[in-house]
Design a binder for this molecule. Sequence first.
Ligand SMILES: Cc1cc2nc3c(=O)[nH]c(=O)nc-3n(C[C@H](O)[C@H](O)[C@H](O)COP(=O)(O)OP(=O)(O)OC[C@H]3O[C@@H](n4cnc5c(N)ncnc54)[C@H](O)[C@@H]3O)c2cc1C
Length: 274
Amino acid sequence: MDKYDLIVVGMGPSSIFLAYELIQKKRAKNVLLIEEGKPVEKRYCPVEKKGKCMKCKPFCNITSGFSGAGAFSDGKLSLYNKEDEDIYVGGNLHKYIGVEKTKELIDYADNVYLKFGADKHLEGTEYKEEVNKLKKKAQKEDINLIGIPIRHLGTEKSHEIYKKIQDYLEENNIEMMYETVVEDLIIENGKVVGVKIHKAGEEENKKELLSKRVVLAVGRKGADWLAHMCEKYKIKTEPGAVDIGVRYELKDEVMKEVNKYLYEGKFIRKTISI
Ligand SMILES: Cc1cc2nc3c(=O)[nH]c(=O)nc-3n(C[C@H](O)[C@H](O)[C@H](O)COP(=O)(O)OP(=O)(O)OC[C@H]3O[C@@H](n4cnc5c(N)ncnc54)[C@H](O)[C@@H]3O)c2cc1C
């Protein structure tokens, strides 16, 4: 039976960066990534031709495949302003490791994208003075206007970048198994020792893979499955916060200045605390 040092479930950005880091640290031996979807160059959604969702089986190419959930997005990397004391990206990371370390990690991740061909130009860095005026205006209404630099990859370019990263991982001996679903964990004496897999759409042909370590990086797509695994194997979990964003569509005359001076303006206002 196959025996790995590490099996990672999912091939979204979190797994990709894990594999990338292992390569940098020369610890990428005997590592297997398993993904339900296809390699990035084979991800195709029929909605472009058919005009509607065809509910593809056995998996959706939009949510599954190398590069994960955001593969068909506009590909924006929200960064930070050097002078800002607070940080508005990266979830709660700054609460665990501090703002400065978070900024260092954002630079590091951004540099990886640059290394693989992201455009050097940053959006949202002009008009500092005008943006500050708008921020002050917003503050008077108890609104925090967030204007941060954005590296805009674009959908096609991000596919190109992820293809280069995919090749890089392969060239550095990261094994990749596609169109394969991890359906269960193998637990012995309270420790994970492997995974049970089957080919996507072929649930009857099951196989077991052993590994010293298993990382589950299954994203939103695998969230229910992960919750089920944690419940089944009594793995302690902690509920995370859910941010709900509200999208307002307003006339240009209302948003004119924001649209002119900011590449992407985000407004944060605490409404009620529960
Ligand atoms: C429409 C959209 C637009 C976005 N735009 C941006 C953006 O512009 N910039 C940005 O930074 N972020 C963006 N995001 C967010 C970003 O995509 C996510 O934060 C990121 O993909 C999370 O990475 P992940 O590795 O945790 O999970 P995911 O990317 O979700 O990857 C998880 C992978 O695991 C696989 N998987 C799940 N369960 C199993 C299983 N049991 N067996 C095998 N494989 C499994 C899935 O198929 C999936 O490919 C966007 C997200 C969406 C949905």
